[in-house]
Ligand binder design. Structure first.
Ligand code: HEM
Length: 475
């Protein structure tokens, strides 16, 4: 085949769509996803579109996608296409490249060791216990039959993961943690709203852009004050580490970068704090929301998983964190989480930008081209996942993620290759702990008010909330 730009002419109408509009319309619902996917399969899996003046390849060709994600030579780089993401993540490990990325990754990786995940699961259990207490109270107050309450899972899980991530990042005792969390949530809301603006507004001094700057400044000064307080405690003979992310970052902190050393500047420490929260909070909340939705929509699976939880973790509601041995036995729960993350991946798309001219899947790709990787669509490819790709079928993960589809790397919830999610185990364990505890004490079903209309902004969430009727099993 001649190597040239591949332009699928009868998708011309789609090229006209501004990129973000396309982003909003493509994965809107299960039906919409399927329709668009058929459009792609019948017209080739890769096409060209434009983000303003920037050419972009959109591909559902798994082999091409793997070639991009597995690259270790720096051919495909991360890039902020939406400037507000810069305020949300800063120059943290998610968006930087090259030697800077290696240096940052080396500093933050110890935050994700087995021991750290173990202490995180204790925090997750404690915070989940508090949330369940609120649910019980709401059920009691509703006075409804069988002590049930309607609870919006989006609100509940964003609150839960904010508190867990805030405490894991900054330690459990610091009074400022709640404030940092509130600023981060504000920034996330502003960033989400900004993704809907026409791109030209991203660069103009709009009211929203001023707000972003203001909140970013407040956030930075709050993180700085936490850093100063920790340093003061250290100079008074206290512990620097505290075992949390901030402790690790402070160990690597020098106000000036020293060449060749694994050090972080002040701004880089602040940005890594923001990144830890921005990369891990909403993603894990989204995974929990969709897992609960799927179990509410498939009560037979809810019963099966609850049975497993009660067998392996009879003390679930008492608030003890299930240990690694218990989590290892919750196989059905793990399968359900993987299947939820396949059908509703929190990151619907990820992107890279070609750092030089390359040939990708037989297509000549000029330097600067964006490669857009639609994880949600790849996860529903019937050729890869089988004819039931659109169905909820956790048993496909019975023998692990690598054997669930025709290609062992087909599950891209956490991406793959050198830039794979560092918080993968963290997010999964957090979700396992919360789900195990909830399942052991509550049953849940979809509220009649629920409307199935997923929308994708920064993550894939239900457009009008996720109200579930939650029933206290203890009556
Ligand atoms: C269910 C939860 C999560 C999902 C679905 C998820 C998904 C992802 C994906 C798809 C990427 C790759 C992004 C890209 O290539 O552009 C990524 C990267 C990353 N994630 Fe997660 N993530 C989750 C939880 C977390 C948590 C809890 C943390 C930390 C607290 C975290 C920290 C990171 C970091 C630091 C990166 C950047 C890695 C690098 O570029 O070297 N993630 N995540």
């Amino acid at each position: 085949m001649e190597k040239k730009w591949l332009v699928v002419s009868h998708l011309h109408a789609q090229f006209q769509l501004p990129y973000l509009q396309a982003r909003r319309t493509l994965p809107n619902s299960q039906g919409m996803l399927t329709t668009n996917f058929q459009l792609f399969t019948c017209s080739g899996k890769t096409f060209l579109f434009w983000i303003g003046p920037i050419p972009a390849l959109f591909s559902t060709d798994l082999q091409l996608v793997k070639q991009v994600l597995a690259d270790r030579t720096g051919l495909y780089q991360k890039d902020f296409l939406v400037p507000v993401l810069n305020s949300l993540f800063g120059n943290g490990v998610v968006f930087i490249n090259g030697d800077d990325w290696k240096r940052h990754r080396k500093v933050v990786l110890p935050a994700f060791t087995h021991d750290k995940i173990k202490s995180m699961s204790a925090v997750a259990a404690e915070v989940t216990k508090q949330m369940m207490q609120q649910w019980r109270e709401q059920a009691r107050q509703s006075g409804g039959k069988g002590a049930a309450a309607e609870i919006d899972m989006i609100v509940a899980f964003n609150d839960l993961t904010s508190r867990i991530n805030g405490r894991v990042a900054f330690g459990t005792s610091h009074q400022d943690v709640e404030e940092v969390v509130a600023f981060m949530r504000k920034m996330q809301k502003l960033a989400t709203a900004a993704t809907l603006d026409p791109p030209i507004l991203w660069y103009l001094p709009t009211r929203r852009n001023w707000q972003v700057r203001r909140v970013n400044k407040q956030l930075r000064s709050k993180i700085m004050s936490i850093m100063q307080a920790r340093l003061a405690a250290m100079s008074g003979g206290g512990e620097c580490g505290n075992g949390d992310l901030l402790g690790l970052l402070l160990e690597a902190w020098t106000p000036q970068r020293r060449a060749g050393a694994e050090t972080l500047t002040t701004d880089e420490v602040v940005d890594e704090c923001k990144t830890f929260f921005a990369a891990g909070q909403e993603t894990t909340a989204t995974l929990l929301v969709w897992a609960m939705f799927l179990l509410a929509a498939h009560p037979e699976w809810q019963d099966r998983v609850r049975e497993e939880v009660l067998r392996e973790f009879p003390d679930g509601g008492a608030g003890e964190a299930p240990g690694a041995d218990v989590l290892g036995q919750l196989k059905l729960l793990h399968m359900v989480l993987l299947e939820a993350s396949r059908l509703y991946p929190p990151f619907v798309y990820i992107q890279r930008r070609a750092a030089m001219d390359v040939v990708l899947g037989g297509i000549k790709v000029p330097r600067g081209t964006v490669v857009s990787i639609p994880i949600a669509m790849l996860h529903r490819d019937r050729e890869v996942w089988g004819p039931d790709a659109d169905e909820f079928n956790p048993t496909r993960f019975e023998h692990g993620a690598a054997r669930a589809a025709k290609d062992p790397k087909a599950l891209l919830t956490f991406s793959m290759g050198p830039r794979v999610c560092t918080g993968q185990s963290f997010g999964i364990v957090e979700a396992q702990v919360a789900m195990a505890m909830i399942l052991s004490k509550f049953s849940f079903s979809l509220s009649p008010k629920y409307v199935h209309k997923p929308k994708y902004l920064l993550s894939l969430t239900p457009r009008s909330g996720m109200p579930l009727i939650v029933k206290n099993l203890d009556g």
